[in-house]
Design a protein around this ligand. Structure first.
Ligand code: PLP
Length: 435
């Protein structure tokens, strides 16, 4: 990836912190997107976060549009969530034995998400998708899975194929260390392409264990599914006895309480969750119909376990978050603010004469530096990455922290009010006009 020439001189403390981190951790980070590889320059090291803001170690404040890449829908350090975490920690941080709090969170999840009758808690979104895939294969006795180019499902070997990064090659793993065998049963199709889907099922529908997708994509930038695509998926998987898995790690409790499946009225067989469901702590979940979930050990024979699964501190954070979302739902406000921000970014780019398109569902959106509407990975891939890099650094200079890649959706919280959205649009006008 090319380093943008427009990255400004790094703040001194972040620069020193990054040099130290580079000696200690690969690329200086514990997850690659944080290294700013796609926009060049030095990542900002964060000291603390509060409400809609991030504060770096050089004392700068930023309006936060990544929200820890999704979880922080209530804003940072929300008082009731922090109190729940503190109370749980004071009772001990892990037992390796069942708690009532796990059942409470399970009830909250089952009540909110239409497809989930039974649920298993895990520690991350990656664990959730990895496990759901194993259960789908175990339940059907089949091997093959279908995924879509540009959809990301965590760093699961079998799904690390055309996962929203470098040029997508059918069936070839994205990463060294993923064996051709691990990815060999993975068919990669183009998102929103109904004909490809029909052809794949016509050719080998009786061998397909599962289809997994992001029901609104966030990991190639925000991409919206066509209703016909979702309906065809539901019909074909039902007809062929394949398990339809909605990966709602990003969309769950984000686009609606029950995720994209509630929004679009299409119920999958299994669902994976992460991000918001853990309230900012490491927690994921997978669930679905009882007859499928009862394949999981010890009810059934499909092995899946975790020393820290259902961790009491993480469960407390997730449970407190879901309680607030239910009692005081932010979704109407998020929709209003999202519409305002999308219109503002669109107008700013138009005024500046910059080829672009804006895609949005609720509080997830992307300003694509691409004149055409983006509906699949090939569209997303045609964006002007350098223009995006200049935009990113321009916004940082104005105290607005956007996702550091064209291929990541932005998120905002319920604490991003009119004034903050206006401030963001004003910044974008100036930055884009300076292109
Ligand atoms: C973030 C994400 C994952 C992976 O979750 P981790 O907690 O990072 O392992 C999986 N699927 C989707 C759709 C995601 O956005």
């Amino acid at each position: 990836m090319s380093a943008s020439t427009s990255s400004p001189a790094a703040p001194a403390r972040s620069q020193a912190a990054f040099e130290r981190a580079l000696r200690l951790m690969p690329g200086g980070v514990n997850s690659p997107a944080r290294a700013f590889g796609a926009v060049g320059g030095t990542p900002l090291f964060i000291e603390r976060a509060e409400g809609p803001y991030l504060f770096d170690i050089d004392g700068h404040r930023y309006v936060d549009y990544i929200g820890s890449w999704g979880p922080m829908i209530l804003g940072h350090a929300q008082a009731e969530v922090i109190a729940a975490i503190t109370r749980a920690a004071e009772r001990g941080t892990s037992y390796g034995a069942p708690t009532e709090a796990e059942s409470q969170l399970a009830e909250q999840i089952i009540e909110a998400v239409p497809s989930i009758e039974k649920v298993r808690l895990v520690n991350s979104g990656t664990e959730a998708t990895m496990s759901a895939l194993r259960v789908a294969r175990g339940a059907t006795g089949r091997n093959k899975v279908i995924k879509f180019a540009g959809n990301y499902h965590g760093h699961v070997d079998a799904l690390l194929v055309a996962a929203g990064s470098a040029a997508a090659t059918l069936g070839a793993p994205d990463s060294p260390g993923v064996t051709p065998g691990a990815a060999g049963d993975t068919l990669v199709l183009s998102y929103n392409d109904v004909t490809q889907l029909e052809n794949a099922f016509a050719a080998e529908g009786d061998q397909i264990a599962a289809v997994i997708l992001e029901p609104v994509v966030g990991n190639m930038g925000c991409v919206v599914p066509a209703m016909e695509f979702l309906r065809t998926l539901r019909d074909l998987t039902t007809h062929h006895g394949s398990v339809l898995i909605f990966d709602e790690v990003m969309t769950g409790f984000r686009v609606a309480p029950g995720g994209a499946q509630e929004l679009f009225g299409i119920t999958p067989d299994m669902t994976t969750l992460g991000k918001i469901v853990g309230g900012g702590m490491p927690l994921g979940a997978y669930g679905g119909r009882t007859d499928i979930m009862d394949n999981v050990l010890p009810a059934g024979k499909v092995y899946q376990a975790g020393t820290l699964s259902g961790n009491p501190v993480a469960v407390a954070a997730g449970s407190a978050t879901l309680k607030i979302l239910k009692e005081n739902p932010p979704y109407e406000q998020l929709e209003r603010m999202g519409a305002k921000l999308a219109a503002g970014l669109d107008a700013a780019a138009t005024a500046a004469g910059i080829p672009h398109s804006v895609t949005r569902v609720g509080s997830m959106m992307t300003l694509f530096f691409n004149p055409d509407r983006v509906t699949c990975w090939d569209d997303a891939d045609r964006c002007d990455r350098d223009a995006f890099g200049r935009y990113f650094w321009g916004m940082i200079q104005k105290g607005i922290y956007m996702p550091c890649s064209q291929f990541e959706a932005l998120f905002f919280s319920r604490l991003h009010d009119e004034a903050i959205i206006d401030e963001t649009i004003d910044a974008a006008k100036e930055v884009l006009a300076g292109e």
